[in-house]
Every structure is written in C-alpha cells, then in structure tokens.
Write a protein that binds this ligand. Structure first.
Ligand code: FRU
Ligand code: CA
Length: 606
C-alpha cells in the first residue's frame, strides 16, 4: 500500500550497524537505493536526532496566577529550551476538556481549553517557538472523546450520521434476574470496573477503555476515521510539526461480526490477586493490540506524507504512544509488507523494564533489545519518564540523574526529556486529600492510591526558590509544589558551578558531534554494576560513557572498554563525581562511586 521510497528516506540514519546487523532483515531493505555516501555526510532530517521535550501544560508555567499552567506561561519560557538545547517539544493535550483525565478527555478537538488560553495564545506560542527554531507537536488523542463532546451527545441521541460514532451495544439479559441487565462483555476499563457504561438516553451500553467520561470512538466507522484526518489537518494547517498519538493499543476492539454477533469476553487471567473489577483479572485479547488498528496508523502516515508532498516545508511527524510488548510496539514503525507507520513509537523500556534493582547487564540488554527488534534503518528513541509514570530519580536512585540523562542523550536516535528531568526533579508527595488523578481515584483508595497515582510526577515545574517554585503567583496550585524545590530548581542550577542542568546542557552540545549524530555504538556491561556505551565514527573523537548503576562503588578495568584508547579526557560527569571536565584518565583501573557516570573523549578509533 505504501511506496518503498518513503522508508528509503528513513534508511539514511546509520545507527549501531555493528550491533543490529544480526537483527531481522526486512524485506524492504532489498529495495534500497544506490550505495550511500560516507555516513557523516548525510544530512539528518530534523527529527532523526532531536532532543524532544514533553511539556505537561498544566504544570509548566502559570501566567495568570490561578495555579494552573497555561499557554502564555509556556510562551514566556520558550528561551528555556533554547538555553537547554532542546529541538522540539510535544505538549500533553491543550484542547477543550472537562478535565476528568486532565485533557485526555477532549470535548472539542478544534478548540483550546479555556484554562490554558485562547487560539490566539496558541498561535503566538507556535509562532514564537518557530522563531526560536523549536518544533511543536500536539497530542492527538484518537481513541476517545469526552462524553461532553458534541460527537458523543449526538451519538447518544442517535442523530443522523453520528449513530455509530462510538461503540454501542445492547445489554445482555441477566439469567438470574429478569429485571436486571448485564454489560455486553467482561471487559475491564484501564481505570477499573466495567469498560461498559449504561446510557439511559440511548438505552444501550457504550464502551470506555479509560474513564466513564471517555467513550471510545468506533474506528470501524469510516466517518470516524475521516473526522480524525480532519482534526489532524486542522492543526497541520495551523503549522504544527506533527503529533504524539495517544493510547493506540486500545484503538480497536473485537468485531461482534466475527463472534456470533456479540462482544466476546476476554479470557480470565486466573490470577487470584485480582477481583473481576480490576485490571489484571482478564487478559486483554479482544481489547488491546488488535492487528486492525495498525492499518489505521499506516493510513495516517500516508496522509501526513501526502500532506508533506502537497505543502512542502519541514517534515511533519507522527510519534506513537502505546504500552505493548516489543513485537507489537515495533509494528507501529511498519510491517514486513512495506506498510509504514509512525516515525517512531515511544520506547518505554527504561520506564517499564528497568528499576533501582536493575544491574548494568539489564541496562545493556534493554538497550540492545529495542535495537534488535527495531526494523533496519529506523530511528530509535529513549526516555526515562513521562506524565504517566513515577519520575526517574524516584524509580531509580537520586544519584543516577546525570547518568540516566547521559545514557538518554548519548544513545543513537531521539532523546526524549519529560519536563523537570533536566534538573533532576523527583516525584512530589501528594496526599490522598490532594489527589486529583482519575486513575488513582478510581483504582485506589486512601491506602492504595499511590500505587496508581500519576499526580506525583505531575507536580509543578521548579523554576526558582520563590513562592510556588516560581510556577505560579497564586495562593494555591492545582497540585502541590514538591517540597524539595528550594534545593532542586532551575535558577539555582544555573548558578551552581555543577548541576544537573549544566550536565544536561553539556550533553546536548556534545550530541552535535559526528560520533553521536552519525556514529556507531557499542554497549556492554563490565560487571553487574557498571556498563559502558561507546560512540565512534572514523576520524571523529570517540565518546565513552561509563555508568555505575549500583548502590555501591565499582572498580573497572579500562582495557576492557572496546574502542577506547587512553589517555582520555573527562567531558562531563555526575555532579557527585570527583572527576571534573578536563581531567585526564590514564590509569588501568578506575573506581566509580555508586550512581557515578563519567563521559570521556578519546582519540578516534584507529
Ligand atoms: C497514556 C495516556 C494517559 C491517559 C490515557 C488516555 O497512556 O496519555 O495519560 O490517561 O493515555 O488518554
Ligand atoms: Ca478503542
């Protein structure tokens, strides 16, 4: 269905050829055009090696003192990205919403949410960002709308053209009680309880894989697919550079036509710790990762590529989001039939596969796993956090901040930063009384909510040590500001001789070197505690990251680091390291303290 040409374009990125050579060779490779020039002479497209920063708008910067971040606030701080060296940003949803799921329940996909500002504020943000050379991506949420959206209201009222906009089904009779009704299947919502909700208006159930207030669109209805294209086109016409696409694994569910006219029950997991209303009670066979959903993604890629052809200008991109196993995740890139999907699916492996218990071997393995499964020539990406998960220093250890940022920024491909990671922000404490996250409120209670709550990673950004960390001048903020802001804030880190922010800035500058943008790489564990990452390319300096991920010191033999020729010079190191930029490393052995990372510059590989 897709021309091979399009993938040919992405094939130009040379990444870790040595290591992924053994990976699946995709049929499309055979169609590759004539031998490419030396790798470092190939211009990368803007997105292929960018630093992508995720803004959570509600918590970034409040411009009017109501305790809620907004678009003007973001615009007022765009220089932060320039100073940091960030190339692109994606914003969690800014569209009209009742805010049940803080913007992931959209009531109007074509309007800006009033607490965040106006369309004019958005236009200003976009213009200013582009003036500063920063690309802007929006969050596109196709799986569901708000139940307050016109789409849903019309569908519930059976208005012509909207009848099948959502997934509606009749109740099942209760064999034990004739006056009772049962939902169409046993499907469980991501936010607990049945994924079906009764509508008194329509006298049918509707599906909601997330909150009750987030009815799932029916992607088997062509009118829904047309509307999605219309939404994307609207924002592309405004000038956005692309989309982060939300919650894709849930986009389609089993078709009753294939199951005797009813929605089939998901199989039971058999796990005793889960009750029927809890996620985990069932295995989402009919509700997640359905193969049909990928065709929709491939169609979107076709649309966006066509848009590109028609309008010209800089490449517009789709970055897809979904927690799925590695094979199903890779299908978002494309398949072996030549269909092409997202420019990349977000890689959540550092979030889901690693923790404070992980060894250096686990780290190396996790990096190689993604690259092994990734289609040849595709662009990888890395990230250690986002708005849905506890912050990296809280999941790992606080002395690993610089090492994690180094790993993220020195690997090939795209580095994603979640707001606050550049200054080592940790989870904020949010009491049960202050909890607002729908997932925590619906899945948890006052004792268990922290297992589910996404509030701790969403507390306001720490700009400085003034009231509310400089986030807001209001008396109250929508989530409490984390208590550690006097110690961990951007202004302080700009002043301090050594800081996470300065390490971050140095790493981004380093990324511009050819060994990092175009080079090959090796990653290996030296012990359970320490691994190394080497980036090298012909005549360019070799860059080596050494990272002790354990909670105890480790002495390593530098002769075991392939491609590293001593002496080497320290470029940057963890702020608690005794080595500083400019130090020479020439010994046979090197002791790294717990959590210590150092980045070395060495002469080109001979
Ligand atoms: C990612 C996410 C969540 C949101 C859900 C539904 O999984 O973006 O933050 O609650 O999708 O839109
Ligand atoms: Ca769905």
């Amino acid at each position: 269905m897709h021309s091979m040409k399009a993938l040919g374009i992405t094939l130009i990125v040379v990444i870790g050829v040595g290591v992924i050579a053994g990976a699946i060779t995709w049929a499309v490779i055979a169609t590759r055009e004539p031998a490419p020039p030396p790798p470092e002479l190939i211009d990368l497209d803007w997105w292929q090696h960018c630093v992508l920063y995720q803004i959570y708008p509600r918590s970034f910067k409040d411009s009017d003192g109501n305790g809620i971040g907004d678009l003007k606030g973001i615009t007022s701080q765009l220089e932060h990205f320039v100073e940091a060296g960030v190339d692109a940003m994606w914003m969690s949803p800014i569209f009209e919403s009742p805010m049940v799921d803080f913007g992931y329940d959209i009531s109007n996909f074509y309007e800006i949410h009033h607490e965040y500002g106006t369309m004019e504020d958005f236009d200003n943000l976009l213009r200013r960002a582009h003036e500063l050379g920063i690309k802007v991506l929006l969050d596109f949420v196709p799986n569901h709308a708000s139940n307050a959206s016109e789409y849903f209201i019309k569908s519930e009222a059976m208005e012509t053209g909207y009848e099948d906009f959502f997934v509606w089904a009749d109740a099942l009779p209760d064999p034990n009680n004739a006056s009772n009704r049962l939902p169409p299947s046993n499907w469980v919502s991501q936010f607990a309880n049945s994924a079906w909700e009764w509508s008194d208006v329509r006298q049918q159930y509707y599906l909601h894989q997330f909150a009750i207030e987030q009815p799932d669109f029916n992607f088997r209805n062509p009118a829904v697919k047309d509307e999605m294209i219309k939404i994307m086109k609207f924002w592309l016409d405004k000038g956005v550079d692309g989309f982060r696409v939300d919650a894709l694994p849930y986009m389609m569910e089993a078709d009753p036509a294939d199951h005797g006219g009813r929605y089939p029950d998901d199989p039971l997991s058999g796990l005793a710790e889960f009750k029927p209303h809890q996620l985990g009670y069932t295995i989402p066979l009919y509700t997640k990762d359905l193969i049909e959903l990928y065709d929709v993604v491939y169609e979107w890629r076709e649309f966006i590529d066509q848009y590109q052809k028609d309008k010209g200008g800089e490449t517009r991109v789709i970055f897809s989001e979904g927690y799925a196993n590695v094979s199903m995740t890779m299908l978002y890139y494309g398949n072996e039939d030549g269909d092409i999907g997202a420019h990349f699916p977000f890689n959540f492996d550092f979030i889901r596969e690693l923790s404070d218990e992980s060894t250096a071997r686990d780290f190396a393995y996790t990096v190689l796993r993604w690259l092994t499964y990734m289609p040849a020539g595709a662009v990888p990406n890395w990230q250690t956090g986002n708005h849905d998960n506890n912050r990296a220093p809280s999941r790992f250890r606080i002395n690993m901040v610089d090492g994690l940022n180094s790993l993220n920024l020195l690997l090939p491909g795209v580095a994603v930063t979640y707001q606050g990671e550049e200054i080592g922000m940790r989870d904020g404490y949010v009491s049960w009384e202050d909890t607002v996250d729908v997932e925590a409120l619906r899945r948890g209670d006052n004792e268990t909510y922290l297992l589910y709550s996404r509030d701790p990673c969403r507390t306001p950004y720490h700009w400085n040590n003034s009231t509310n960390a400089g986030f807001s001048t209001g008396n109250r903020t929508w989530l409490p500001v984390a208590k550690d802001y006097p110690e961990i804030n951007l202004a302080k880190q700009k002043d301090d001789a050594r800081s996470h922010f300065k390490v971050y800035q140095t790493l981004i500058k380093l990324r511009k070197e050819k060994a990092l943008s175009h080079g090959e790489f090796l990653i290996r564990a030296l012990s359970n505690r320490t691994f190394y990452l080497v980036r090298y390319l012909r005549t360019y300096d070799t860059i080596v990251l050494l990272f002790n991920v354990a909670d105890a010191s480790d002495t390593i033999e530098l002769s075991r680091v392939l491609k590293l020729e001593l002496p080497a010079t320290v470029v940057v190191s963890s702020i608690h390291s005794t080595r500083v930029a400019g130090d020479t490393i020439d010994g046979e052995n090197l002791t790294l303290e717990a959590g210590e990372a150092i980045v070395l510059r060495a002469k080109p590989v001979s």
